[in-house]
Design a protein around this ligand. Structure first.
Ligand SMILES: [Zn+2]
Length: 443
């Protein structure tokens, strides 16, 4: 797990967001507090805000510093910043930018490629803006290479863990024609595994391959043990209304992730392998929470991205129940470091869909759609050290907008200019919606 985590962080850092601005209506906030934590791998700066805010963050050199411009914002009267000189951070300066914006300058000890994001209120905290500064050693390509060399097979397969829902004494839902969900999910899972194994550079691991029950927490543990790059749980919904129909794709809700983080922190032994091998036992609670949060937010972002690709591929072959990826607190999705999604393939309670789920030809089409979505994602984001990373070319240069992404974020992710991205998609403004499919012009 150590290697996998390091690679994820490394690739995140390399695709780093030098510039980020949120689109949409103007949002303003008061800055109440500025907190800093430093770990060997990164320095985290957290601004406590009265509300979500529109901001721009960009690095400048000579001397190395980060400039944070917050639109129409101000410092709260009780604003305080203490002990900010930690890790990569030397000092913090604040001032006005133009008529109404607030500028915060983070003076650094060394150049850094920042990653930043807004967090909604949770667990006693309000709105927050988080800026992560990986230390130069942690983000240097040489470190990434060393990590890759340590992987026994350099051109390893991308591993997809497939979890057939229910099983054994837990039959799941039952269709009006008598089909049991546990049998349907196993049939879909096996077909999915067959198709994944037919793809070069991919390997499937079936979490359940027979009619027996596996406790929910063991399901994602098995995926972690298999060093899976993705966990896919297969289900077939039931609803009291027989007319309910269509597929759904779920990722873990923020509440689920937060609850899980506290549980993992309670069991430090488990948590230690989540943060790049840093032992958490001897860290204080705050630092441990910060390190775990870093791992978890990367995983949730990846889950969201891959789920959007899968949902979009499924829309091409059949009806989806809802237009967007949904969020729920499902136990099987709680892996803090393996991107995870749950697919409700169809409503087993709908007589027409029950018939389809029992049809091998339909299951083949369904599995093919899921495989296409998974391939779309991994072709664009191949895990370092994988065969895919050295061989695959995206089928098409496309990007599906996921939650929290902005146009400038997407442009920097693909190494193109904002204006190139705008003109390739004939966009006037900066507003994009979750699920929008953007053409990515050549770099
Ligand atoms: Zn189910």
């Amino acid at each position: 797990m150590r290697l996998i985590f390091c690679q994820r962080i490394a690739s995140l850092t390399l695709s780093g967001l030098a510039l980020l601005a949120t689109a949409g209506a103007l949002r303003a906030a008061e800055i109440k507090d500025l907190r800093v934590w430093a770990s060997p791998e990164s320095t985290r700066v957290v601004l406590d805000l009265s509300d979500a805010v529109d901001y721009k963050l960009f690095p400048l050199s000579g001397p190395d510093r980060l400039v944070l411009d917050l639109q129409a914002s101000s410092l709260a009267s009780g604003f305080r910043q203490q002990d900010v000189a930690k890790g990569a951070l030397r000092q913090v300066r604040t001032g006005k930018q133009g008529e109404r914006d607030l500028r915060i300058v983070l003076d650094l000890n060394e150049a850094a490629r920042p990653k930043s994001f807004l967090l909604p209120p949770a667990e006693g905290h309000g709105h927050r803006l988080v800026i992560d500064l990986p230390t130069a050693a942690a983000s240097a390509p040489t470190v990434t290479r060393t990590v890759q060399q340590a992987v026994p097979a350099v051109d390893r397969d991308v591993i997809i863990a497939i979890d057939a829902g229910h099983g054994g004494e837990d039959p799941g839902a039952m269709g009006p024609g008598g089909s049991r969900e546990k049998n349907i999910t196993l049939a879909v899972a096996r077909e999915l595994a067959r198709q994944i194994n037919a793809e070069r550079g991919f390997r499937a691991v079936l979490i359940r391959d027979g009619d027996y029950f596996i406790p929910l927490e063991q399901r994602y543990r098995r995926a972690r043990d298999a060093q899976a790059d993705l966990f896919v749980s297969i289900h077939a919904d039931a609803f009291h209304r027989q007319t309910a129909s269509g597929s759904s794709v779920y990722v873990l809700s923020t509440r689920g992730a937060t609850n899980e983080a506290s549980r993992w922190l309670a069991a430090r032994e488990n948590a230690s392998d989540l943060v790049g091998g840093v032992k958490l036992d001897d860290k204080d609670d705050t630092l441990a929470a910060v390190l775990l949060d870093l791992a978890q937010s990367a995983t949730m972002k990846a889950s969201d991205d891959v789920a959007n690709y899968v949902l979009s591929a499924m829309k091409r072959v059949g009806k989806t129940h809802k237009p967007d990826v949904e969020r729920a607190n499902f136990v099987v999705l709680r892996s803090p470091d393996v991107p995870s999604m749950l697919i409700e393939t169809a409503f087993i309670s709908n007589p027409g869909e029950e018939r389809k789920l029992n049809d091998p030809a339909h299951r083949q089409r369904l599995a093919a759609a899921i495989v296409n979505g998974v391939k779309d994602y991994f072709n664009l984001q191949p895990p370092p050290g994988s065969w895919l990373a050295s061989n695959a070319r995206p089928r098409a240069r496309q990007h599906i907008v996921s939650r929290g992404e902005t146009l400038s974020h997407i442009a920097s992710q693909h190494g193109i200019s904002l204006s190139a991205l705008r003109s390739a998609n004939r966009l006037r403004g900066d507003v994009v919606k979750v699920g929008d499919r953007l053409q990515i012009p050549g770099a």
